[in-house]
Structure formats: structure tokens, C-alpha cells
Design a protein around this ligand. Structure first.
Ligand SMILES: O=C(O)c1ccccc1NCC(=O)[C@H](O)[C@H](O)COP(=O)(O)O
Length: 254
């Protein structure tokens, strides 16, 4: 059950094809109980998923950081969940980062990676994630099958879309947590109008689940168009660039 990655353009396709070559199942540690990602995002107000992100294709090196210390600062700053990038080549992440963050904080964790094989879901659960990212641009019509597999493992899934067509696939697949990414993952361009536009469309189509806006948020005023429409926002780069992670998070959402 692997997606056809030859059809995926740009940086996203490059990263995903490399990831697919690296998957080689091995015995995993037993999964422990984890807090609910979905419930954390449904608490009143706009929930923040704060991301541990050391580097990225769009920014290059962002910050040399101890993932556990960053997560503790985010927890003190009011994050409701933490996203940990585990892709090693372009984001400098690892499963060890996920494990260290799991040991440091009680918050639900999102494994942020380019899931292209079901074994990556099992890994996520074994290393302490409460949720995984499923990117519709990668998984296409297999999104529903990955969603089902994730649920069977006790994982929530953040199903990520960037276009109307991807939104249709996500809704059809039965997504309960829908992420709208302002970053076009093929060109890396950010357009903050994408999340409100597709978020509204999702609600118009009857989506009653959790809505998450993703990418490009740096200032308090950027969050205003999300009020009353989105349940949560995922923020990485702008927080990571601040010398004071806790203060930056408080200032953004306080
Ligand atoms: O961040 C990138 O450059 C990137 C490039 C290619 C694929 C994915 C990429 N980012 C993943 C994300 O969606 C973000 O890490 C996340 O939404 C946080 O965004 P930001 O606050 O802009 O760091």
C-alpha cells in the first residue's frame, strides 16, 4: 500500500521518494499510552501546535536546538500540542528527537514527516506520537486507507490539504482533523489566504471536525482571519527563530 510518488512534483516529490527508499521494517519498542491530540486541539480558543524545526527546504538552517528543551519551553508558553519533525535530510529531525520530546513533556505529539509507507505509522506510535501527518498531495486516493490504518493503531491523523481538489479527497476519506497548509509544498510559496479560503469551503461542505491552519504565521495579526473558523494553528519557523521560545509563543497567542 504505497502511493505512486512519481507523480508528485517539486521538493515534496524529492523528499518523499527518498523517504520511501529508506523504509525498512524492524522490531519496534512496545507503544505506551499517549494523550489525545484531537481533544487537546478542541479546548476553547485557538490552540497552538508548536513545532520543533531545526531546518527546512525554504529556510535552510533555522536553529540548533535540543528538542526536549524546546518542547519544555513550548509547554511553559502554552502550547496545546507539539509537532516534531522526524525527516533527517531536509529538516534535520529524527525519531530520537520524537522520543526525547515524549520523555520531556506530557503534551500530545505530532510526528511530522512524509508518510509514504504504513510502517511509518507504527514507528510513530512506538516512539510516542499521538498523531501523524497525512499529506493528501502524497497519498492521493490512498489517504482513506492510511487514515484507517492510523486509527487502528490508536493514532489521530492530521490530514493536510493545499488545494480544493485535495480538500475533496480529504473529506471523502473521512478526515476528522483537517490541516490547511498555506505553503504550496511543490513551490514552497506561502499564501496566508489559503487557510481561511479552504477552511470556509470545508465548513460549507459540512466538515464538523477539527480545523488546523498551517505554515507562515509570524505575527499576532496573522492569526486574526482564523478566529471563529479554525480550532488550531501550527507554527514552526517564526517561533524557532526567536531566542526566547516560551516568550515568543506567549506573545503570539496571549
Ligand atoms: O517548511 C518547509 O520549507 C517545507 C518544505 C517542504 C515541505 C514541507 C515543509 N514544511 C512543513 C510544514 O508544513 C511546516 O513545517 C509547518 O506547517 C510549520 O510551518 P512554519 O511555521 O512556516 O515553519
Amino acid at each position: 500500500m504505497r502511493p505512486d510518488l512519481a507523480r508528485v512534483p517539486g521538493v515534496l516529490g524529492e523528499i518523499a521518494r527518498r523517504r520511501a527508499l529508506e523504509v525498512a521494517p524492524y522490531p519496534l519498542p512496545e507503544a505506551q499510552a499517549v494523550p489525545s491530540f484531537k481533544e487537546a486541539l478542541l479546548r476553547p480558543g485557538l490552540s497552538v501546535i508548536a513545532e520543533v524545526k531545526k531546518q527546512s527546504p525554504s529556510e535552510g538552517r533555522i536553529r540548533e536546538v535540543d528538542p526536549a528543551e524546546a518542547a519544555l519551553a513550548y509547554a511553559r508558553g502554552g502550547a496545546r500540542a507539539i509537532s516534531v519533525l522526524t525527516e533527517p535530510h531536509r529538516f534535520g529531525g529524527s525519531l530520537l528527537d520524537l522520543k526525547r520530546v515524549r520523555e520531556a513533556v506530557d503534551l500530545p505529539l505530532l510526528r511530522k514527516d512524509f508518510v509514504v509507507d504504513p510502517f511509518m505509522l507504527e514507528e510513530a506510535r512506538a516512539f510516542g506520537a499521538s498523531a501523524v501527518l497525512l499529506i493528501v498531495a502524497l497519498l492521493g486516493e490512498l489517504t482513506g486507507a492510511y487514515l484507517e490504518r492510523a486509527r487502528a493503531l490508536g493514532l489521530d491523523a492530521l490530514v493536510e490539504v493545499h488545494t480544493e481538489k485535495e480538500l475533496e479527497i480529504a473529506l471523502e476519506a473521512g478526515a476528522e482533523i483537517l490541516g490547511v497548509n498555506n505553503r504550496d509544498l511543490a513551490t514552497l510559496r506561502i499564501d496566508l489566504a489559503t487557510a481561511p479560503r479552504l477552511g470556509r469551503l470545508a465548513r460549507d461542505r459540512g466538515f464538523e471536525g477539527v480545523l488546523v491552519a498551517e505554515s507562515g504565521y509570524a505575527r499576532k495579526e496573522d492569526l486574526r482571519p482564523l478566529a471563529g473558523l479554525f480550532d488550531a494553528v501550527l507554527i514552526g519557523t517564526s517561533l524557532m527563530k526567536s531566542p526566547d521560545l516560551e516568550g515568543a509563543l506567549r506573545e503570539l497567542v496571549g
